[in-house]
Design a protein around this ligand. Sequence first.
Ligand SMILES: C[S@@+](CC[C@H](N)C(=O)[O-])C[C@H]1O[C@@H](n2cnc3c(N)ncnc32)[C@H](O)[C@@H]1O
Length: 187
Amino acid sequence: MLREFILYSRLGRTDSNFANLHDAGRLDIVYECTVTSLFLSHAIRKGTLFHAILNGPPNPPLHLKIEGQTLHDVRTDQQTWQKILKNVLSGKQHPGITTAKTSFETLLKTKANASQIYVLEEHGKPIDTTAITENPVFVLGDHVGLPKKTETFALRYGEKISLGKTPYLAATCITILNYLLDKEQTS
Ligand SMILES: C[S@@+](CC[C@H](N)C(=O)[O-])C[C@H]1O[C@@H](n2cnc3c(N)ncnc32)[C@H](O)[C@@H]1O
């Protein structure tokens, strides 16, 4: 079963001109979500794809795609990922990572052709009463949450689900989702 996570980053920088991930429009959140999406202890989740749509300056939007199947030469620390993100945002190659000028709307429409879309939001349908289908695609907002217009667009293609009333970090939501899906697959 394939799992996909799409992070909508309102301000994530779309070039490599930054001193640290936090000040690059919160690319630290992109880093944290990358790690919780793709890393197990001593292994990479081969059947997982992580996407971030970066909407910050100077050239938005930018679709950053990281594929567990082909990702190599990585560690889980922030320093390593700062280097990797700087490289790919300046047009260099890294195995398993691609960038494209694709908007959130285009990506979502493409995904909705083949998969069920779940939009993560505190006030959605409780996940415990939702049957998660094969090859799910989960959409998450950054530290501010999804812009209203973006959420409305996403809900034309998917359903809103909740992990409860507690507001979690986007990366924590991914950990919880991976945990629940892992449990389901091994039971
Ligand atoms: C740090 S939260 C953003 C919080 C922001 N104040 C808001 O109102 O959306 C980042 C993202 O994590 C997801 N999220 C956080 N807590 C959640 C929960 N309890 N259930 C479902 N999704 C959640 C949402 O996708 C949210 O956009």
